[in-house]
Design a protein around this ligand. Structure first.
Ligand code: FES
Length: 218
């Protein structure tokens, strides 16, 4: 169900690549999209650099599961233009590193967004009411669930908006054709009614995100 050359199915392996927290180098368009498993022992996974089944590292209690226990995600190895996929409450969490050109494009918008200013307060915490819909501009964190009927959209690196010109990437839902920009903002006149949800999250360090917790909650 890919969307042309620019979208990619997530491979089954685990890997990640680093970028300095405040420096966003050029996008390496050969490196796209990869999958990790969020674990409470994420640092150990990162050091080992080995793909290990999720349950071997993170096996929360039934109570913790019911509460949707926070998960920690190491983003130290993600490179500009790449997206990794973590899991929280059994749902995919998209985490992508955007370059400056992408941020500039988000400021500009594509002109036909349904909720460009994130006015629907249910779709993001207060901190994400901005053009990039995130705590740090360069790092986007979104629930990878289409707001129409719950399919998981594809990450499209470029040319997600063939009708709008330009080469902006975004997310494309193959189920019924909804499109979102790289801040998870949905375009008008597609089946999805809302922007992608931004989960609660905070940074424990520059390279460690805690999904499921807000700043000051730890
Ligand atoms: S589920 Fe995404 S467009 Fe319908």
């Amino acid at each position: 169900m890919s969307n042309g050359d620019a979208s990619h199915d997530a491979p089954a392996g685990d890997s990640a690549s680093a970028a300095p927290a405040n420096k966003v180098p050029e996008v390496n368009k050969k490196r796209r999209y990869f999958l990790i498993k969020a674990t409470s022992a994420v640092a150990a996974v990162g050091v080992a650099g080995v793909a290990v089944p999720f349950v071997q590292y993170w096996n929360p209690s039934a109570k913790a599961k019911a509460l949707g226990a926070p998960v920690k995600v190491d983003i130290s190895k993600i490179a500009p233009g790449e997206m990794l996929v973590a899991a929280w409450r059994g749902k995919p969490i998209f985490i992508l590193l955007r370059d400056q050109a992408t941020l500039d494009a988000l400021d500009e918008g594509i002109g036909n967004l349904a909720d460009p200013d994130s006015e629907n307060a249910e779709m993001q915490p207060e901190f994400a009411v901005n053009s990039h819909r995130s705590l740090r501009p360069e790092i986007g964190v979104y629930l990878g669930i289409c707001t129409h009927l719950g399919c998981s959209p594809k990450y499209v690196v470029t040319d997600n908006f063939p009708d709008s010109g330009g080469d902006q990437g975004g997310f494309f839902c193959p189920c019924h054709g909804s499109r979102f920009d790289l801040a998870g903002r949905v375009v008008s006149a597609v089946p999805a009614p809302d922007n992608l949800e931004v989960p609660p999250y905070r940074y424990e360090t520059d390279t460690l995100i805690v999904i499921g917790e807000l700043e000051g909650a730890a």
